[in-house]
Write a protein that binds this ligand. Structure first.
Ligand code: ADP
Ligand code: NI
Length: 216
């Protein structure tokens, strides 16, 4: 039987093949950052199974609905890989349960049950915050052909209108998602990190509007 370390290596190869140069913020280095942060949080949560955490962190975006024909097609891709490489059905079930329920989904998904799921979800959300989160937001918007900001679209107006995703500006994404994430963290350590990264985004937005309005 292959060792856990060998399976992690094979998972890395699979993810690189799928996502290495993804231009929407899900490239290999996003996966690598989430994996490292996952392991750091897991070390502070003594009951977490580090193998499940790391494997899930590596595979979590292969199933992303935005990168596949459908949500089910993405989940099937991950499940096929797992059944081809991992003998332990319990591991496969745990990883699949986490991946199927961890997306932001407008904040509508039920709370993550397993500690491993809570950790990977926190790590993934932390990578959407702070300086890196800002960079990913503009990269994502650029890849979809979206403009940076439109001051004529007031926020109150936004919430009442039905928007196609291409109409949302990059700055709108801060209000739609990024600024909500710090209150959605599961683990204590992630809450601490999120607080700092959140603060940085608040400062960034102040400077952004100051420059925009020639008040800097
Ligand atoms: P994750 O890898 O955390 O699941 P997503 O798939 O939601 O992230 O998105 C990838 C990156 O692009 C994240 O940093 C996210 O905040 C950003 N992003 C997602 N949707 C939008 C959007 N509509 N406009 C701008 N940025 C977005
Ligand atoms: Ni991700």
């Amino acid at each position: 039987m292959r060792s856990k370390a060998d399976n992690i290596k094979l998972a890395e190869q699979f993810v690189k093949q799928e996502l290495e140069f993804d231009p929407t913020g899900h490239d290999w280095w996003h996966i690598d950052r989430v994996r490292k942060l996952t392991l750091e949080i897991a070390q502070k949560e003594t009951s977490a199974d580090e193998f499940i955490c790391e494997l899930t962190a590596l595979l979590h975006d292969v199933a992303d609905e935005k990168l596949n024909d459908s949500k089910q097609a993405g989940l099937d891709k991950v499940e096929n890989w797992l059944t081809g490489h991992i003998a332990d059905k319990d591991v496969i079930n745990k990883v699949m349960t986490i991946i199927a329920t961890m997306s932001f989904n407008g904040g509508q998904n039920p709370p993550m049950e397993s500690i491993e799921g809570q950790i990977v979800q926190d790590a993934d959300r932390l990578d959407a915050l702070g300086a890196i989160g800002i960079a990913r937001t503009f990269a994502y918007s650029g890849s979809k052909g979206t403009i940076i900001h439109n001051p004529e679209l007031e926020l109150s107006h936004f919430s009442q209108m039905e928007y196609r995703s291409t109409n949302k500006t990059a700055i709108y994404h801060f209000y739609e998602k990024l600024l909500k994430l710090k209150d959605m963290m599961n683990t204590t350590y992630a809450k601490e990190l999120a607080e700092r990264r959140h603060q940085f985004m608040e400062e960034y937005l102040i400077q952004f509007y100051n420059e925009w309005n020639l008040e800097d």
